[in-house]
Design a protein around this ligand. Structure first.
Ligand SMILES: C[S@@+](CC[C@H](N)C(=O)[O-])C[C@H]1O[C@@H](n2cnc3c(N)ncnc32)[C@H](O)[C@@H]1O
Length: 240
């Protein structure tokens, strides 16, 4: 399987940190009701920014972090292993959302910034797999990401982060590429102190747009009741 994040993997962690500073509070709130006696799961864990929030929200509980990209998994594994508490608790699994061997009972599930990687059938299968295993009252936490329709998104710079004398910059644009997909064209740059572009990378990936009403309907079909909260964080629990 090719690694969709082979190019962006160098930049993703650094450029995702500011977004996760904003997400930490709504995601922690959405994780309320997690069941500490069952395993916690982060699907498409990336470099572990959400895994850390999940582990902090439910202390002393085992966490499984599923991540298909080798380059992101290397960052994830290194970061988890560098923190004594997480080194004990977090098991990193090389698999994707549909192929991963999931624990029988889940105390909370995080799937942030990843649902658009799944096509509609894959999304529904994934939600059913989670719903079957979620403990009563335990939350599945995921999010909506723009665009909600397959419309063009003009180029913009998403963020810049200085490290040493270099500044890392990430930006992108999207074009419709199917009835429910856009293709994001990401641009990553490394700038010198005087603004000279030292390095530029591009990465394209396909994203299945998922409007709120479609996601909520898919959650309902899987037996889950979902609610959209601040920063488009979605919390779903099993219907009782
Ligand atoms: C934008 S990153 C988000 C990473 C992390 N969840 C975060 O919010 O920082 C999307 C993640 O989804 C993962 N991913 C892509 N396709 C996937 C699939 N089919 N199953 C599980 N994860 C997938 C990618 O490897 C990547 O880690």
């Amino acid at each position: 399987m090719s690694d969709e994040y082979a190019i962006s993997g160098e930049y993703l962690h650094l450029l995702s940190e500011p977004a996760w500073q904003a997400l930490r509070t709504p995601v922690t709130k959405a994780l309320g009701g997690a069941v500490g006696e069952a395993t916690l799961l982060d699907v498409g864990a990336g470099t572990g920014l959400g895994t850390e929030v999940l582990a902090a929200a439910v202390p002393d509980t085992d966490v499984v972090a599923v991540e298909p990209s080798p380059v992101l998994r290397a960052v994830l594994l290194s970061r988890m292993a560098a923190q004594p508490d997480l080194r004990q608790r977090v098991t990193v699994v090389a698999a994707d959302a549909l192929g991963a061997d999931l624990p029988a009972r889940l105390g909370a599930v995080l799937a942030m910034n990843m649902i658009g990687h799944l096509d509609p059938d894959g999304r529904r299968t994934f939600l059913r797999r989670i719903a079957e295993r979620l403990a009563p009252g335990a939350p599945l936490v995921l999010n909506l990401q723009p665009p909600a329709e397959p419309t063009p998104v003009p180029f913009s710079v998403f963020g810049t982060v200085p490290v040493g004398r270099h500044t890392y910059e990430g930006g992108g644009s999207a074009e419709p590429s199917g009835p429910d997909t856009v293709t994001w064209r990401m641009r990553y740059r490394v700038l010198d102190a005087d603004g000279t572009v030292l390095h530029e990378d591009h990465a394209d990936y396909r994203w299945h747009v998922t409007p709120a009403e479609v996601l909520l309907a898919d959650l309902a079909e899987a037996g889950l009741t979902g609610e959209v909260g601040p920063l488009d964080v979605v919390r779903a629990v099993r219907r009782s």
